[in-house]
Design a protein around this ligand. Structure first.
Ligand code: ADP
Ligand code: MG
Length: 351
């Protein structure tokens, strides 16, 4: 292992969250295909106990020879959150620690990855009863700032944008005109003309996030009426001014609710919808590529390949801390999606 590989390994954390089965899945007489063994390991497609069949007191050979063999694949991650985990539990295991790095001056990023319906937005945004990790992280950020005492002055600005079809839009001030990326000496990669709201408490976020989320571009497709084809990017700019030196420092935390990772082909889309799918794959693919290259210790990271990676260029790699949360359904109905998500997460975890 090269030095840079070891370095990166400490800088990316991969957590898998398995959500509870929903009513639809239970009605469809599904099978549970993700077995959470402990807080680091899960088994995908575990062996089933085949009930023994007796005829006149003699056990008969299993006639169910058409059934394919179970994969029974063991996966180990930095952490596995089972169906009973709350958003608070997920927060404790994912973003709580990265605030230390942020306060030391390093940009940080958090991704939720997974198929539509796997629980990405529930994890990120949640609802009034179960606020997601964005709110919990911001609450902890304000707590941390207040515990610093008086040697620094803080100023918190938040933005919420989406990357849709390789264009950037403001979720806090909806408009059909895409915004442009630019590089700023102080702010790093910036979205020109985006809304940057100053906030003083985490509470102020709740409505902002909820409304912003309603502005996300959504298109019903055959596969899933709530299919979300945009990447939602929430960013926090922390301005710190040291009172003694009056030195100014700006760090950035990015939290990204990625578009559904299901394949465009599986949703039966043609025309415009198909183009969207292709572009989503482009951003997801190039995010995966960048992470893999960082892992290999490559000197060339292809950030320019997609809008999403260009936007996050200064928040991935180097001393930036990254958390990848992979969301999956436990049900056999989502067998292929879950398998693909676990493989993607395992690749990132190898880093
Ligand atoms: P995604 O954003 O990945 O498409 P959602 O977060 O919208 O998926 O989740 C799909 C549905 O499942 C939503 O109704 C959500 O409230 C519910 N859900 C997801 N994760 C959980 C969970 N851990 N506990 C309870 N309900 C959940
Ligand atoms: Mg969603």
């Amino acid at each position: 292992r090269s030095g840079s590989t070891q370095n990166m390994s400490a800088n990316i954390k991969v957590v898998v969250r398995v959500r509870p089965s929903n009513e639809r899945e239970m009605e469809m007489n599904n099978r549970i295909v993700v077995d959470v063994v402990d807080d680091r390991m899960l088994v995908f497609d575990p062996k089933e106990e085949v009930p023994a069949f007796f005829y006149q007191g003699v056990q008969q050979p299993n006639k169910n020879f058409l059934k394919r063999a179970n994969k029974e694949l063991k996966f180990v991650f930095d952490h596995v959150c089972g169906p009973n985990a709350t958003n608070q539990d997920v927060f404790e295991m994912t973003t709580k620690d990265i605030l230390t790095s942020l306060m030391e001056g390093y940009n940080c990023s958090v991704f939720v990855y997974g198929a539509t319906g796997a629980g990405k937005t529930f994890t990120m945004i949640g609802n009034q009863q179960h606020p997601g990790i964005t709110y919990l992280t911001m609450e902890h950020l304000f707590y941390t700032i207040n515990s610093f005492g008086t040697d620094r002055e803080f100023d918190i600005g938040v933005s919420y944008i989406e990357v849709y079809n390789e264009n950037v839009y403001d979720l806090l001030k909806p408009s059909s005109t895409p915004l442009q990326l630019r590089e700023d000496a102080k702010y790093g990669v910036m979205v020109a003309g985006m809304t940057l709201n100053n906030i003083k408490t985490a509470r102020e976020l709740l409505n902002m996030l909820e409304n912003g989320n309603k502005n996300r571009t959504q298109h019903p497709t055959d596969a899933n009426a709530e299919s979300s084809r945009s990447h939602a990017v929430f960013q926090v700019y922390v301005k710190m001014r040291y009172k003694t030196s009056s030195q100014l420092r700006i760090v950035k935390l990015s939290m990204i609710d990625l578009a559904g990772s299901e394949r465009a082909s599986a949703t039966g889309c043609v025309g415009d919808r198909f183009k969207e799918g292709a572009n989503i794959n482009k951003s997801l693919l190039s995010l995966g590529n960048c992470i893999n290259k960082l892992a290999d210790g490559s000197s060339y990271i292809p950030y320019r390949d997609s809008k999403l990676t260009r936007l996050l260029k200064d928040s991935l790699g180097g001393n930036c801390k990254t958390v990848m949360i992979a969301n999956v359904s436990p049900s056999s109905i989502s067998y292929e999606d879950t398998y693909n998500t676990l493989k993607y997460a395992a690749r990132a975890n190898k880093i």
